[in-house]
Design a protein around this ligand. Sequence first.
Ligand code: NAD
Length: 358
Amino acid sequence: MNYKIALIRGDGIGPEIVNETVKVIDKVGEKFGHTFEYVDVLMGGCATDAVGVSYPAGTAETCKACDAVLLGAVGGPRWGSDKPAEQRPETALLAIRKDLGLYANLRPAALRPALSDACPLKKETAEKGIDLLMVRELTGGIYFGKRDKYQTPDRGMEATDLMAYSEMEIERIGRRAFEFARLRRHKVSSVDKANVLETSRLWRAVMHRLAAEYPDVQYEDVLVDNCAMQLVRDPGQFDVVVTENMFGDILSDEASMVTGSIGLLPSASMGDGAPALYEPIHGSAPDIAGQDKANPIATILSAAMMFRYSFHLAAEADAIEAAVDKALADGWRTADIAKPGETVIGTRRMGEVICENI
Ligand code: NAD
């Protein structure tokens, strides 16, 4: 098969980590008999420098003509909040998510076996293993609701943010969660605050309806406060965790921290029809850009997700993940994950080692 991949290399360490990931993708192609066509897409601060805006006209159309989008990272101090919106890289990130209709954000949080001592939790907890997939609704809820700020006669200023969810929005993200659970360990934990919020009661009712359609998937409701606790007490109990936008924003950061380093965690955002977008959870790390210091693993594992979810090539995804685990088990470390005294390798060498393992 031939696959067409849009590459948004972006800013800071983006080009370096995408370069290594492309080498890994090509290696997988060589081994499994696939070919890849890459389409470079200019977006972010580098686009502002080149053409004056961070999200040039036609960006979404170019991406839509591809099978998947791989993004390094965008942003940096040169294009800060003092610049007009159209020059800021964050504007481009929001725009591409909206234009591709990416309503489901997936963040796996897995503790790589060789790095279990990087887990900030108790040793016994880490030893049980952590391998969960956070599925966050990305385009609805309180972040997109009506907001207002006004003067009251007697209580000073007042502000409101409206949280609204429709059955359609809940059902489409819920269905995704059940489908992902079928590719994993067949368990869905749906997180809400149904003891207080009306939106959560609707969320729960829709999830229960869906659960009946997926009898092979174990289902549970978890209150958001309890979920926050369970993530540090016993994260190994979770397989797929599905939740609304704001709860997911907070819980996915908590879940990623329990697994150790920011340089290791991939993510995917998907919608219906348009290509999904794969990117590391970290930013453009301007402090180490261009120095061959960045850890490329989060981006390489994002490519593994691309094989699994966009190309439906599970063996290829497994091969990438196994190659990463072997590199770590063999003691290869970039600076961000090295302990004092351990030998440190650069971005390019880490990419090479992972390619060799494939
Ligand atoms: P960051 O994630 O870029 O960096 C935080 C810290 O982690 C830094 O010390 C950095 O050196 C380190 N780090 C990050 N990724 C690493 C890697 N792969 N290997 C080794 N070390 C790594 O977060 P920040 O400093 O808050 O943001 C920098 C820029 O990135 C900002 O302009 C921000 O807006 C942007 N950003 C972009 C995205 C995105 O493109 N999706 C996401 C977050 C932040």
